[in-house]
Design a binder for this molecule. Structure first.
Ligand code: ZN
Length: 185
């Protein structure tokens, strides 16, 4: 597989100066590829994918969806999702985003899946999306941010647009069918 070189990095990774000491960065072969390095303090740029977490919330016989209110993809229905904060366990990020977007109180989530893929808004920017699932109690009061929410039975879900959410849903369906096999034995 061919990895992106410095010039193919997303706009936000086009660094000219060292973020620690403001010295102009140099390009140098290091650990198997060309990298940006600071000649003054030796800082090296190791770009990472954005880390996001999504969560499948079971509620009153269905799955909770929220409606996106910003571009790109404004108006689509999707599973709660958001960026993990630095130092935050992705499972905690999934719960936090789920709670913020629905008003529900969630319990410890089960890990389902991950997807590593380019962002829809910038194909040079990679995302690592972890999928979780959790059953909940409480009441669906809607997002703090005023986002629309709805509950759709699993069997009636329209295909989700984002690959990280498709993978989570596929893993969730497998998990549910294994669970019902165990119950019927
Ligand atoms: Zn420096």
């Amino acid at each position: 597989m061919t990895l992106p070189t410095i010039d193919a990095f997303p706009e936000r990774y086009h660094f000219r100066f060292c973020p620690r000491c403001a010295t102009p960065l140099l390009r140098t072969p290091l650990f198997g590829m060309e990298r940006q390095r600071c000649p003054a303090c030796s800082w090296v740029h190791f770009p990472l994918p954005n880390l996001a977490a999504t969560v499948i919330i079971e509620y009153q016989g269905g799955i909770v969806l929220v409606q996106r209110d910003i571009e790109p993809d404004r108006g689509i229905w999707h599973l709660p999702i958001g960026h993990a904060e630095y130092g935050e366990d992705p499972a905690d990020a999934a719960l936090r985003e789920g709670e913020e977007e629905t008003g529900l109180v969630l319990a410890t989530p089960r890990f389902l899946s991950y997807v590593h893929s380019p962002s829809y808004s910038d194909p040079r920017l990679f995302y690592l999306v972890l999928g979780f699932a959790r059953a909940i109690g409480g009441e669906l009061v809607g997002s703090d941010e005023g986002r629309n929410t709805r509950v759709v039975p699993l069997a009636a879900l329209e295909p989700l647009k984002w690959s990280g959410q498709q993978a989570a849903l596929e893993a969730y369906r497998r998990f549910r069918s294994q669970e019902s096999e165990v119950r019927s034995q």
